[in-house]
Design a protein around this ligand. Structure first.
Ligand code: ATP
Length: 315
């Protein structure tokens, strides 16, 4: 489908909608306010198009999910999980893609989201290989800040990876794709999980005992820092099976020349026991989230202005 002519008309605004206005705006966003434009990308059961507010010109990414396909592929829960998590997370964090409005018609579900014009961190990594150390440090801090917020809202993402970290107009990160996320009961304990994520970022507890918890996101963080700094996967085999074997055996090594503090941080995140990962401890313990934020690799980070400071040059 090339342009807006091919899209079903937006439904009248009497559908169940979650239409919180953009901050500062007085009138709630309605489906008829959004003009559909070019396709931004495609997922396995969705298409994302550029949405423009007819009056204000504000741009959005509109994720359009094919209902039939969802039902056929038994993926209804995925769309539901995504919506539930985004509603739970609300507008409270600059590093998380915000859901402005959701609605449906006979064919599709529509999620009106923050638009991230600079694409995925993954694409940047493919283009540049690795990133410069100050940028790795800045992005590491942004990911920590975003996942801390997500966990405080009792959500675990469970599929953290550079493909799910989008870049806004100023190259700040925005965490997206909560389709495999889980809204936890407040105890935050490890849960049985049937979810299968991207092999390279999968945590050992998922492979060994099919469980995931908030600390699974910290494992993925370790894999992402490794990737940003070295340009390679921490764990990668010739097949998914062999990648998973490497994870179970903790079979990874650093190339020459990796910054010592970054290496130490990665080693403290890539720990098989989920409760021993840096950042996983209860508040006040020596491996709580504050200990993660205070790691020597991040000592120069100004957490108060993390989302307004300029992102260091990527290369
Ligand atoms: P899959 O569902 O197979 O995991 P996916 O998560 O990439 O794939 P979508 O979330 O539907 O699927 O996104 C499809 C593409 O649309 C993405 O690869 C990205 O390039 C683009 N995209 C998604 N969300 C946004 C956004 N908020 N702003 C800009 N582009 C986006």
């Amino acid at each position: 489908i090339e342009d807006e002519q091919d899209l079903p008309r937006p439904p009248p605004p009497d559908f169940q909608a979650n239409n919180r206005p953009k901050s500062g705006s007085k009138t709630p966003l309605t489906p008829n306010d959004v003009h559909y434009g070019k396709t931004l990308g495609e997922g396995s059961f969705s298409r994302v198009v550029l949405g423009t507010h007819r009056r204000t010109g504000q741009q959005y990414a509109v994720k359009i999910i094919d209902k039939n396909y969802l039902i056929r592929m038994k993926k209804k829960e995925t769309a539901l999980a995504e919506k539930n998590a985004l509603v739970q997370l609300g507008a409270g964090h600059p590093g998380i893609v915000r859901l402005y409005l959701s609605y449906q018609d006979a064919y599709s579900l529509y999620f009106v989201l923050d638009y991230a014009p600079n694409g995925e961190l993954q694409t940047l990594l493919t283009r540049l290989g690795s990133l410069c150390l100050p940028c790795v440090r800045h992005y590491t801090a942004q990911i920590i800040d975003a996942i801390d917020y997500v966990h405080q809202k009792h959500v675990i993402h469970r599929d953290l990876k550079p493909e799910n970290l989008l870049l806004d107009e100023d190259f700040r990160l925005k965490l997206t794709d909560f389709g495999t996320s889980k809204v936890l009961d407040p105890s935050g304990e490890q849960r049985k999980s049937t979810f299968v994520g991207t092999p390279q970022y999968m945590c050992p507890e998922l492979l060994e005992s099919s469980t995931t918890g908030p600390s699974s996101d910290l494992w993925a963080l370790g894999c992402i820092i490794f990737r940003m700094i070295t340009g390679r996967f921490a764990f990668n085999g010739l097949s998914d099976y062999l990648t998973m074997q490497k994870i179970k055996q903790m079979d990874y090594s650093f190339p020459e020349g990796v910054d010592g503090h970054a290496k130490d941080l990665i080693q403290k995140l890539l720990v098989p026991n989920p409760s021993e990962r840096l950042g996983a401890g209860t508040s006040g313990s020596n491996n709580d989230i504050q200990a993660l934020r205070s790691h020597p690799f991040l000592v120069s980070i100004k957490w108060d202005t993390l989302w307004t400071d300029e992102v260091p040059a990527r290369e």
